[in-house]
Design a protein around this ligand. Structure first.
Ligand SMILES: Nc1ncnc2c1ncn2[C@@H]1O[C@H](COP(=O)(O)OP(=O)(O)OP(=O)(O)O)[C@@H](O)[C@H]1O
Length: 254
C-alpha cells in the first residue's frame, strides 16, 4: 500500500504530564483519516507532534522519506501542510492579497530579481492574481469577497480561506485541526464537500475534529485517542459501534 504519511510511537510530555504515548498511524493518498477522542485525549498534542510543532518522541515519514528531525517549514516544503483551529491570515490585506502572498512565497522569484526587472514583476503579479482568484474559488471563497479584508467576510468563508492559505500551491498531506469549529449547517456541508474534492484529487487528509457528524460522514478510517493513547481504529461504522469508544465518550458502557 502507498503511504503518504506515517507516524510511529509518537509521544508528548508536558513536564510530568504524559499527553500522548506510543501513538502510531498512517494515511494514504486520497484517504481521510479522522482523529477523534474526548476532551483532553491528546488530539492537539498528536497534531503538534506529527507536524513537529512541539517536543516529542517517535518517528515520522512522508512517503518513503523519514522526516523525523525536520522542522515544520521543511515539512511544508515537502508537502505536509497544516491549518489551525484559529483562522490565520493578514487582517489588513485583502482576501486576494492574502492568497497572492502565499502563492508568491511558495513559488516566487526573489526580491532582487523583481527590483532589477520591474516589467517582469508586473507580469508575475498579474499571473499570481489570476492563480489566486482560481484557488480561492476552488476553495469556495466567491469572487465577490476577494477585494474585502478577511474579518469582513462571513465566518464560514474565513475558514475556507484559512484552509486555502494552508494548502497553498498544493499538499501531499493536509492536516486540519478542528476545521468545523464554529461552523453552521450550510458551511459544514461546504467543508465536507471540499474535503471530499481534495480527497478525490489524491490529497491525504488528517482531520482532527470534535464534530462527529462531519468526521463520520467524510472519514475513511478513524483513530480514537483516549488519555493520550490509541484506543481503537477502523472504519467509522465499526468505531461507532465499539463499546470501548462509547465508554470513553459517555463514561459508561453502551
Ligand atoms: N501546553 C501544555 N502544557 C501542559 N499541559 C498541556 C498542554 N497542552 C495540553 N496539555 C494537557 O495534555 C493533555 C492532552 O491535551 P490535548 O490538548 O492534546 O488534548 P485534546 O484531545 O486536543 O483536547 P481538546 O479536545 O479539549 O482540545 C490534557 O491533559 C491537557 O490538559
Amino acid at each position: 500500500m502507498t503511504v503518504a504519511m506515517r507516524v510511529e510511537a509518537l509521544g508528548v510530555r508536558y513536564g510530568a504530564l504524559v499527553a500522548l504515548q506510543d501513538v502510531s498511524w498512517h494515511v494514504a493518498p486520497g484517504e481521510i483519516l479522522g482523529i477523534i477522542g474526548p476532551n483532553g485525549a491528546g488530539k492537539s498534542s498528536c497534531y503538534d507532534a506529527a507536524t513537529h510543532m512541539t517536543l516529542r518522541s517517535g518517528r515520522v515519514w512522508l512517503g518513503d522519506r523519514e522526516v523525523t528531525g525536520l522542522p515544520p517549514h521543511a515539512l511544508a516544503a515537502l508537502g505536509l501542510k497544516r491549518a489551525f483551529q484559529q483562522n490565520a491570515f493578514f487582517t489588513t490585506m485583502t482576501v486576494l492579497d492574502n492568497m497572492v502572498a502565499v502563492l508568491a512565497r511558495e513559488g516566487g522569484t526573489g526580491l532582487l530579481q523583481s527590483l532589477a526587472m520591474p516589467w517582469r514583476e508586473a507580469r508575475r503579479r498579474a499571473a499570481l492574481e489570476q492563480e489566486a482568484t482560481a484557488m480561492l474559488e476552488r476553495f469556495g471563497v466567491p469572487h465577490g469577497m476577494h477585494a474585502l479584508r478577511p474579518p469582513n467576510i462571513p465566518y464560514g468563508s474565513q475558514r475556507m480561506l484559512s484552509i486555502a492559505l494552508a494548502f497553498g500551491r498544493g499538499a501531499q498531506v493536509l492536516m486540519l485541526d478542528e476545521p468545523a469549529a464554529g461552523l453552521g449547517g450550510a458551511d459544514m456541508a461546504h467543508l465536507a464537500a471540499l474535503l471530499r474534492r481534495l480527497r478525490a484529487e489524491g490529497v491525504a487528509i488528517v482531520l482532527i475534529e470534535h464534530h462527529m457528524d462531519l468526521v463520520m460522514s467524510v472519514a475513511d478510517r478513524l483513530l480514537v485517542l483516549d488519555q493520550g493513547r490509541a484506543l481503537a481504529s477502523g472504519p467509522p461504522q465499526q468505531i461507532q459501534n465499539d463499546p470501548r469508544v462509547r465508554e470513553a465518550y459517555l463514561g459508561q458502557a453502551a
